[in-house]
Design a protein around this ligand. Structure first.
Ligand SMILES: C[S@@+](CC[C@H](N)C(=O)[O-])C[C@H]1O[C@@H](n2cnc3c(N)ncnc32)[C@H](O)[C@@H]1O
Length: 289
């Protein structure tokens, strides 16, 4: 491969890493994969002697724009399409001890939302626990893989109902429940539009509901479902949003905060407190039921 092409990809990789949440080397490799297919660019590079000479051409500018866009879409897809089945098998087959913990952590790291919390997990739970009192029942909506990192030893629950529409997440949680013997944990594949039949007894009210990194997603993707979420059968509701966008290196805390507060106002939730973790903005609400 030409040195000039590699140098250009190095530079663009670094530029993309500033914009999106991807290491510069990974971005550079993605750029090179795409550029290998671009005959006009390869020809231009072969006929040029300096980076500058290439960089000022229309062909290069188009190639840079196209590949940056492709990297963005690839990052989004990559985060959504990793198969977890082999990792779940690994967890199920693991012996108790280090191997089992390694399999659990591999799953956790593979889910963007939980992976982002791993560097400050204790701090995260300390924050949450400050606000939730001593709940004995917890409803986790759009739970992702949070049940895999719940501090079971410190805080015992009678019932932990974890719901998500992702088959992968629910299969993972089910395997975790069985392997680790967490009998209080119950999990179901569930979409908001399925409503609350899933909880069984319709007069049951949870002490706390978690909607972590969830409400702004719903507000963007299916705002008509917010009214159902507003009817959550729980007395206290803890809602968080992300500080940084999933792919772009962009501070979105103000936008997420506004989205959560608009939801709460619309649904008549009373704000009790606000908190922050390194990657989340959080709010504690009371629901008067
Ligand atoms: C950004 S993740 C947050 C996961 C988890 N709450 C956390 O903070 O680690 C959002 C989750 O919401 C789930 N989700 C999105 N729309 C949903 C819907 N309409 N019904 C149920 N779950 C949904 C996704 O599958 C995903 O697991």
């Amino acid at each position: 491969m030409s040195e000039l092409l590699t140098a250009l990809a190095d530079k663009l990789g670094a530029k993309i890493a500033k914009k999106y949440r991807v290491p510069a080397e990974t971005a550079r490799d993605m750029v090179l994969v795409h550029w290998q297919q671009k005959q006009d660019l390869l020809k231009l590079v072969a006929e040029s002697s300096t980076e500058k000479a290439v960089a000022r051409t229309r062909i290069y500018k188009d190639a840079e724009r196209d590949v940056t866009r492709k990297v963005y879409y690839e990052l989004r897809r990559y985060q959504a399409e990793q198969s977890v089945d082999p990792m779940i098998d690994e967890l199920r087959q693991s012996q108790e001890g280090d191997a089992r913990e390694k399999a659990r952590l591999a799953l956790v790291q593979n889910h963007v939302s939980t992976a982002e919390r791993m560097s400050h997990l204790d701090e995260f739970w300390t924050q949450i626990k400050t606000y939730w009192g001593e709940p004995s029942s917890l409803l986790d909506l759009g739970c992702g893989l949070l049940p895999l990192v719940y501090p079971y030893a410190d805080h015992k629950l009678d019932r932990y109902l974890a719901l998500d529409r992702s088959t992968d997440s629910i299969n993972t949680i089910q395997a975790f429940k069985e392997v680790y013997g967490k009998d209080m944990l119950e999990t179901h594949e569930w979409k908001i539009t399925d409503g609350w039949d899933v909880i069984g007894d319709q007069s049951y009210i949870f002490d706390v509901a978690l909607m972590l990194k969830f409400v702004p997603v719903v507000a963007r993707q299916e705002p008509e479902s917010l009214n159902i979420l507003g009817q959550v059968p729980a007395r206290k509701v803890i809602i968080t949003g992300c500080k940084t966008a999933m792919v772009k290196q962009q501070d979105i805390s103000r936008r997420e905060r506004a989205s959560i507060l608009a939801f709460a106002e619309e649904q008549g939730l009373d704000l009790l407190d606000e908190f922050e973790t390194p990657d989340e903005v959080g709010f504690v609400f009371q629901r008067n039921i």
